[in-house]
Design a protein. Structure first.
Length: 326
């Protein structure tokens, strides 16, 4: 369609990327999806393949990226995002945050496109400030097991700001806090799918440490709305997008047991190294600049997410295998 805005979304077959594809198609954009399918799944976007306003490239952005035609926007969401993934493929995680970001910033410069990069609350590490605001520099162990993800994202932010300052590129940075919803993988390794998967399989729920560590869970629709508003805003510094409704992991496990109606008990295991003790976003900047705040309650979002997982096949419930990582 003449005059139709064109947007490249990397990580398009992933959890967040696939929802972003849906949203921008809904808004009238021509969407170009790109994914190497290491952690993404074509099932998440198969409903888009018959559309005239969507195309897909099976490609790793850590290598040279070419997209024919003009581009108005780029959303860089390609990256492993759960500890179980980036601990298994640490080098690829570092490469997509560094080389991949560099390639896409270069593409944005050539195409004169605005680019938004997906950063994370993990740039704050195991924080000494609570709740976490964008001016906090973080408390990160760069050589610890989580460092490959934390530092990949911190570098991603640094090179994005460098391109903004040196090349006057239009850039946006979103710091994403724990997000959940349909299309997450049950074998994702993070607390919510892990708990629901254990409940579906009749297993006891595993809580690491004493469960006093906290997380703040944002429903995917709220997150996507925040990303959409940030991309179209005039603000180039990092913005937290997440739900400040904080809950301890132990209380969260109990919520899952009540939701699923199961009678599993909770088992405690040692806390992983460098696991953050507190995670809660300060969303003052998002409220003031974007007019954004989350609207979906955890009770409502968990019900929708549980229904999605429950309707998967039993094979999916028990599947813990991962794709071959190269």
């Amino acid at each position: 369609m003449q005059g139709q805005k064109r947007i490249l979304i990397t990580g398009a077959a992933g959890f967040l990327g696939s929802h972003l594809c849906d949203r921008f198609i809904q808004e009238g954009y021509y969407v170009i999806g790109m994914d190497n399918l290491i952690t993404g799944d074509l099932k998440n976007i198969q409903h888009l393949f018959s559309r005239q306003d969507f195309e897909f490239f099976h490609h790793d952005v850590s290598g040279f990226v070419h997209v024919p035609g003009n581009l108005d926007y780029i959303l860089h969401f390609a990256s492993p995002a759960s500890p179980i993934d980036y601990l298994k493929i640490p080098i690829q995680t570092l490469k997509v945050g560094s080389l991949g970001t560099h390639n896409l910033l270069g593409l944005a410069r050539v195409k004169k496109a605005r680019i938004l990069v997906a950063s994370t609350s993990e740039v704050y590490g195991d924080p000494l400030v609570h709740p976490q605001h964008e001016d906090y520099w973080g408390h990160v162990n760069c050589i610890g097991p989580r460092g490959v993800y934390d530092e990949a994202k911190r570098f991603q932010e640094a090179i994005t700001m460098a391109y903004h300052k040196v090349h006057h590129l239009e850039t946006r940075i979103v710091r994403i806090f724990n997000t959940y919803g349909p299309r997450m993988r049950l074998n994702d390794g993070r607390a919510l799918p892990a708990f629901i998967g254990q409940a579906l399989r009749g297993e006891n729920l595993t809580v690491f440490g004493d469960g006093s560590q906290t997380r703040s869970f944002c429903y995917v629709d709220d997150l996507i709305e925040g990303v959409y508003r940030l991309l179209l805003s005039d603000y180039h510094l990092p913005v937290n997008i997440g739900n400040p409704d904080e809950v301890s992991i132990l209380d969260f496990a109990k919520e899952i047991i009540r939701l699923t109606g199961t009678d599993q008990t909770i088992e405690f295991k040692p806390l992983p190294e460098d696991d953050p003790k507190q995670r809660q976003p300060d969303i003052t900047r998002a409220r003031e600049i974007l007019g954004w705040e989350p609207h979906v309650s955890r009770k409502e979002g968990l019900k929708t997410t549980y229904d999605y997982f429950r309707n998967l096949s039993r094979e999916d419930w028990y599947n813990s295998e991962y794709r071959n990582f190269t």
